[in-house]
Design a binder for this molecule. Structure first.
Ligand code: SF4
Ligand code: FES
Length: 348
């Protein structure tokens, strides 16, 4: 199936969503995603950050879709044409969604451990307004202690459901769902029931904001002062492949390995995450490379570059190899023509 996003076309398998197709293309056209998480089944469709405009439905039915659609839950059709970053409507919608998400989210960044790797912070940086129109009091919740390892700040939650899906899909208790309604909605009860499970720490990695943070790392450092390294250990529970965040010789935090979309490659167990903070516990592989453009990666993130193809007429390149040989001063066989055949001495 052929789909075109911001003028860039790609062939994808049936069943691919617009967001997945955009990620295959990469670059600026990839819509932001606060609730979709490719490793969690059924995620997406909650935050509306990933809205795009479908200007042509398909080859068979080219009518445009009247409303913007959530790209993470909308499948591509053959011949579909989509506008993401190239659409003013989409830009306006992303601004509105950002404003909406920030209505109840506290301005905690200076004291929040997630600062520097927070998806909402990045979203606000790109689409946020510098002023608020909200004069009502922000929604607040009573603090709830959910155990020694995970810190819950329900005030920061944007109800993306990712942690609920971790509880549902990685632990053996089906304790998912949102309690209460409207601005009273919260997920805390479900979390505290699943917290004993060996994989519950992954809720920290999937949480796009600072609502779930690592208690063992709390207020130890700003994340941009840490140096991330890929490391592994022989773990009987998970793959043992992690990123360790170091300050000098000290491992201050252990997380899953996150990609450019801030999603972990593999979920890791609580023992690796919370209990293995000694350098001798790990085989350090080398510095972790980041492809996500954010505060934490200033000056050290890497981007996938488009492959540049220069189309040149064949004849223009005639003689180039000969030139190269001369420039590099390699021994040149002057009896050899540029076509590789021996030159006939009679004709030169
Ligand atoms: S606590 Fe975090 S992961 Fe869970 S619903 Fe709220 S924002 Fe999403
Ligand atoms: S990422 Fe699509 S609705 Fe949240």
């Amino acid at each position: 199936m052929k789909v075109t996003i911001d003028g860039q076309s790609i062939d994808v398998e049936p069943g691919t969503t617009i967001l997945q197709a955009a990620r295959m293309i990469g670059g600026e056209s990839v819509p932001p995603a606060m609730c979709y998480y490719s490793k969690l089944k059924g995620s997406g469709g909650k935050c509306r950050c990933c809205l795009v405009e479908v200007s042509k439905g398909s080859e068979a039915d080219p009518r445009p879709m009247p409303k913007l659609v959530a790209s993470c839950v909308t499948g591509v059709m053959d011949g579909m044409e989509v506008n993401s970053v190239s659409s003013e409507r989409v830009t306006e919608a992303r601004k509105s969604v950002t404003e909406f998400l920030l209505i109840n989210h506290p301005l905690d960044c200076p004291v929040c451990d997630q600062a520097g790797e927070c998806d909402l912070q990045n979203l606000s940086f790109k689409h946020g307004k510098s002023q608020t129109r909200f004069i009502e009091e922000k929604r607040t919740f009573e603090p709830e202690n959910i155990g020694p390892n995970i810190q819950l700040h329900m005030n920061r939650c944007i109800l993306c459901y990712r942690c609920v899906m971790v509880a549902d899909q990685l632990t053996d208790n089906r304790v998912h769902g949102v309690m209460d309604r409207g601005d009273h909605s919260n997920i805390s009860t479900c979390i505290s029931k699943a917290i004993d499970n060996e994989f519950s720490g992954n809720m920290i990695d999937v949480c796009p904001v600072g609502a779930l943070t690592d208690k063992t790392f709390r207020f130890k450092s700003r994340v941009w002062f840490n140096k991330p390294y890929d490391a592994h250990r022989d773990c009987p529970t998970c793959s043992g492949k992690v990123t360790v965040w170091m300050f000098g010789d000290e491992i201050q935090r252990v997380t899953g390995r996150k990609d450019e979309y801030h999603e972990v490659d593999e979920f890791i167990c609580n023992t690796c995450r919370f209990d293995k903070k000694d350098v001798n516990d790990w085989v350090i592989e080398g510095p972790r490379k980041f492809e996500k453009d954010s505060v934490i990666n200033q000056n050290n993130y890497t981007r996938k570059l488009d492959k540049v193809v220069i189309e040149t007429e064949k004849n223009i390149l005639l003689g180039r190899d000969e030139d190269r040989k001369k420039i590099s001063m390699t021994e040149i066989d002057y009896n050899e023509g540029i076509d590789g055949n021996l030159i006939d001495p009679k004709h030169g």
